[in-house]
Design a protein around this ligand. Structure first.
Ligand SMILES: [Zn+2]
Ligand SMILES: [Zn+2]
Length: 212
């Protein structure tokens, strides 16, 4: 068993605001049962407890309900959409909700975003400088594939990336990232690419880039 250490930077936080201190509309936005469904055009259909459905356009700050349309109030439907976007329960306008293919957390991607879908923590891009967690070597990313470690066969050995002893302990369903050693990238015209499970590489901090 491996215990997961709480992240060192975990900040204490309240999960909901103090409802007693909120204006009525804001409190109801939190407490009433509503279903929020994102629509293809970037608006949201909000269905209320009383089974009315209103269209909310968060970019225009408008809602089709009488409270907003007639009384001009910042209604509970608008507020609810904002709450759900903030809580990552629904995607912001124009984005789709997806799980990160590497770590499984919820992330938001554009409609035509190429796979794999990676969250901000896991995202590596071609040209990123990374460190190999096993050796400490620095590499430059040459490609982020959408193939999993147990599906990627290394031609030279016939083994999959997941088969390698040095990749023991990294998930078999990690995405394969191709990278070349920085030293080779500097000195060779056609440096060799190596395949790594994504989580074996971590983005090098800027401060490391001048190091050995
Ligand atoms: Zn409304
Ligand atoms: Zn991730």
């Amino acid at each position: 068993m491996t215990l997961i250490e709480p992240a060192a930077d975990r900040q204490s936080t309240a999960l909901a605001p103090d409802l007693r201190s909120l204006p009525d509309r804001a409190a109801r936005a939190w407490t009433e049962r509503m279903a929020v469904r994102p629509r293809a055009d970037g608006t949201y259909a909000v269905t209320t407890e009383s089974d009315s459905t209103y269209l909310v356009d968060i970019t225009q700050q408008s809602c089709a309900c009488p409270d907003n349309r007639i009384r001009g109030e910042h209604c509970k439907h608008l507020r609810r959409v904002a709450i759900e976007i903030t809580a990552r329960r629904v995607a912001p306008p124009g984005k789709d909700r997806a799980t990160c293919d590497a770590c499984g957390t919820v992330t938001f991607v554009g409609p035509d975003a190429p796979t794999p879908h990676l969250c901000g923590q896991c995202r590596l891009e071609t040209g990123d400088i990374v460190r190999d967690r096993e050796t400490g070597d620095r590499l430059v990313v040459t490609a982020v594939t959408d193939t999993l470690a147990d599906d990627w066969t290394v031609e030279a050995t016939g083994q999959t990336v997941a088969d390698y002893d040095t990749n023991d302990g990294y998930p078999d369903d990690d995405i394969v990232v191709l990278a070349t050693y920085l030293s080779a990238a500097v000195s060779e015209t056609d440096p060799r690419e190596y395949a790594f499970p994504l989580s074996r590489l971590r983005r090098a901090e800027d401060a490391e880039l001048v190091g050995p």
